[in-house]
Design a protein around this ligand. Structure first.
Ligand code: PGA
Ligand code: ZN
Length: 430
């Protein structure tokens, strides 16, 4: 049994790491007598304006993306304040960081600094107590393996093609276990590769930031048709074995001057875009739709949720930025029935858990998510099981920063043995 002294923080150190796009990021190592925890901050490309600010050096080196100042914040501002604290007191430690930062958006310390530190503290506490991270965070009830939302065709700002929507997602909801879901997903991922090679040539299977293919498609329907064909040719049925999803990430193709959205070379008024989404939902068994409207258009979120919410999970990402302040507004407006969860959007684990709790209490489904620039840190896999989210979004079955999360979930399912429950279709049944 670990004693109290085993949990006392004795070392906090920030060190340079590189993310999956080769950009500098913050890695934090926290040590106690009883264990070590390492957290690495991920980084988005299609960011919300409501997110915590990453501390970047600017200037010429690293194209302005350097994190020298951020690392020095860990080593000179945070380290002396955190050493001596009990690593189990996550809320207290996150509160100390929020206090030292003193800004509404973590711009002084840096959201990358607070994210990596907060995660490292949780891992050090789990290691010191000798239990698995998901168990430490979620207790003995943590046994639900999330259904993966796998972004297998990349568009938007994650790919060098003309697709307006950022993510075309396949969902192996009909599997009996997480391991079976991964097998089915990999089979479809490979059959998608053959389909794309036949139809668009071999350059069409180069992959984008999240491991999905980035084919030279022009229209969103082409991508959905490719997914439907790949599911069929792998021997599965769309609508039962697999469902489909979209992250439109529509702030990126919204034209504020024209108050309209640019999709497939045409301009769509919000009402017309809503009509397009409804047609796609009917045609392609779409069960998941993220950021259908831009991040300040609460009104059309409310409209689409009223219209499609009984059949489709309508999820706010840029809309909420993992911040209870924006989620509260969304709940009051009945804007969505799902809420994306990204620790680095708000910058601490405590604030993230508050957000998950608020969502859950309002009947809004939390969806644990990676970032397009991510790392080998599998933290979100444990987080998804700990909070019983039932859904995780962490890319295609390709690129090791994505597979780190899937491989960790395979390991968790194995370690739970017969206790493990695969969420499957449950998050989609209302
Ligand atoms: P980002 O994309 O990490 O580039 O923000 C992921 C998403 O929009 O869900
Ligand atoms: Zn998104």
């Amino acid at each position: 049994m670990a004693g109290d002294e085993d949990f006392i923080i004795s070392y906090v150190h920030g060190v340079l790491a590189l993310d999956s796009r080769g950009n500098p990021t913050v890695k934090v190592i926290v040590k106690t007598k009883g264990g070590v925890g390492v957290g690495i901050a991920p980084s988005g490309a299609s960011k919300s304006t409501k997110e915590a600010i990453e501390k970047r050096d600017g200037g010429r080196g690293w194209g302005g993306m350097g994190v020298g100042q951020a690392l020095s914040n860990v080593n000179t501002l945070l380290s002396p304040r955190l050493i001596g604290l009990d690593s189990r007191r996550q809320a207290l430690i996150d509160g100390v960081m929020i206090e030292i930062d003193g800004t509404p958006n973590k711009s002084r310390l840096g959201g990358n600094v607070t994210t990596a530190t907060s995660i490292a503290v949780a891992k050090a506490a789990a290691a010191s107590s000798g239990v698995e991270l998901y168990e430490y965070l979620g207790g003995p009830g943590a046994k639900v393996l999330p259904t993966p939302l796998m972004n297998v065709i990349n568009g938007g700002v994650h790919a060098g093609n003309d697709l307006a929507f950022q993510e075309f997602i396949m969902i192996p909801a009909g599997a009996a276990s997480f391991a079976e879901a991964m097998r089915m997903a990999v089979e479809v991922y490979k059959s998608l590769k053959s389909y794309l090679t036949d139809k668009y040539g071999k350059t069409s299977t180069n992959v984008g930031d999240e491991g999905g293919y980035a084919p030279p498609m022009k229209e969103v329907r082409e991508a959905l048709e490719a997914l439907r064909a790949a599911i069929k040719s792998a021997g599965y049925e769309l609508g039962s074995d697999f469902l489909l999803g979209l992250d439109a990430a529509s702030s990126e193709f919204y034209d504020p001057e024209k108050k309209a959205y640019r999709v497939d070379g045409k301009l769509y008024e919000p009402g017309e875009l809503l009509e397009l989404y409804s047609q796609l939902v009917d045609e392609f068994s779409i069960a998941y739709l993220e950021d259908p409207f831009h991040e300040d258009d609460l009104q059309h979120f409310t409209e689409i949720t009223a219209k499609l919410g009984s059949r489709v999970l309508i999820v706010g990402d840029d809309l909420y930025a993992t911040n209870v302040k924006y989620l509260k507004r969304g709940i009051e407006a009945k804007a969505t029935n799902g809420a994306l969860v990204k620790v680095n959007q708000v910058g601490t684990l405590t604030e993230t858990l508050d957000y998950v709790r608020m969502a859950r209490n309002a009947g809004v489904r939390p969806v644990i998510s990676h970032r397009s620039g991510d790392t080998e840190d599998p933290f979100i896999a444990d987080l998804a099981v700990a909070v019983g989210a039932g859904l995780i979004k962490t890319g295609a079955p390709a690129r090791s920063e994505r597979l780190a999360k899937y491989n960790r979930l395979l390991e968790i399912e194995d370690s739970l043995g017969p206790l493990a429950v695969y969420a499957g279709k449950e998050p989609f049944t209302r």
